[in-house]
Design a protein around this ligand. Structure first.
Ligand SMILES: [Fe+2]
Length: 292
């Protein structure tokens, strides 16, 4: 794989625009084609008060993730969150949203804001069960939050105070990935989906698409051969950079780094410029069934 197949760099320098139509077209085309859109000149600025919070021992410890639900302002993942941290994450969420709605103009209205997360802990050397280990190539699928085919778009900023880069691997096109695992992906199981929702295990009823994507996520991570032989390119995101990617489409693994911020967005397939590239449509073509 060549770098231009997995990453498109754009010279965006501000969170609020104005963004020129060429950057918008390039960003949307790259994202929908399954590339990472890298903004090497766009840093999320950290204030002095926030820097003190970043370096606090509390955050560099065991916790992998601190999350903020923008709709409610509720913070999860940390026992007591200092006020500057809540404000820091809120400020990032607001800027990420302005950037996404502005730069990705065709998505501006239909884009929905999901969770914000702060990931202070170093990734390298941490041990997880293979299924939970994001150092392994995977596509994102949320066990408790069915998307029914809506896209998962994520925006990341590396805010490491010591300048440490975030190291990823970026993998093959979704069509290749889906074809590889097609025979072992489960058929839609509607009764189980209703039961899970009734028991409160999922927030809403999973579609066949959600069930397939969860299986795909697990099968990739548990497949040693895939992990070691699948096409993937290493990519470094230096401190002070920002990047976006459809993580439901692009196989990715985060190998090293600390202090990243991440904002999740959801986008209906119908709002895409090329909806046929959506994982939902790819899986529907391959299986010949309606999946959501
Ligand atoms: Fe992921």
């Amino acid at each position: 794989m060549q770098p231009e197949q997995v990453v498109t760099e754009l010279p965006v320098t501000g969170w609020t625009g104005p963004f020129d139509p060429m950057s918008t077209r390039a960003a949307v085309a790259a994202l929908e084609a399954g590339r990472v859109v890298m903004l090497p000149q766009l840093a999320f600025e950290v204030t002095e008060a926030e820097r003190a919070v970043l370096s606090a021992g509390l955050l560099s410890g065991k916790r992998k993730n601190i999350s903020l639900e923008p709709a409610t302002g509720k913070i999860g993942g940390a026992a007591d969150v200092p006020e500057p941290l809540a404000a820091f994450m809120g400020r990032f969420a607001a800027q990420a949203e302005i950037l996404a709605r502005g730069l990705l103009a065709p998505y501006s209205r239909p884009l929905r804001l999901g969770r914000t997360s702060f990931r202070p802990a170093e990734i390298a050397g941490r041990d997880y069960s293979p299924r939970k280990d994001d150092k392994r190539l995977h596509v994102d699928a949320f066990p408790t939050r069915p998307t029914h085919g809506d896209r998962i778009l994520r925006l990341f900023s590396n805010v490491a105070p010591d300048g440490r880069a975030r190291e990823w691997r970026v993998g093959e096109p979704f069509g290749d990935l889906a074809s590889r695992y097609l025979k072992t992906l489960p058929a839609p199981a509607a009764t189980r989906a209703r039961l899970y929702a009734m028991l409160g295990l999922t927030k809403g009823v999973q579609s066949g698409y959600d069930q397939m994507m969860l299986a795909l996520h697990d099968q990739m991570k548990l497949d040693e051969t895939y992990q070691t032989t699948a096409p993937a390119l290493p990519w470094s995101f230096p401190a002070g950079t920002t990047w976006m990617v459809f993580t439901d489409q692009v196989p990715h693994a985060a190998l090293a780094g600390h202090f990243a911020l991440e904002q999740t967005f959801y986008l209906p397939v119908s709002a895409m410029v090329s909806p046929e590239t959506a994982p939902l449509r790819v899986l529907e073509r391959l299986t010949g069934r309606v999946l959501a």
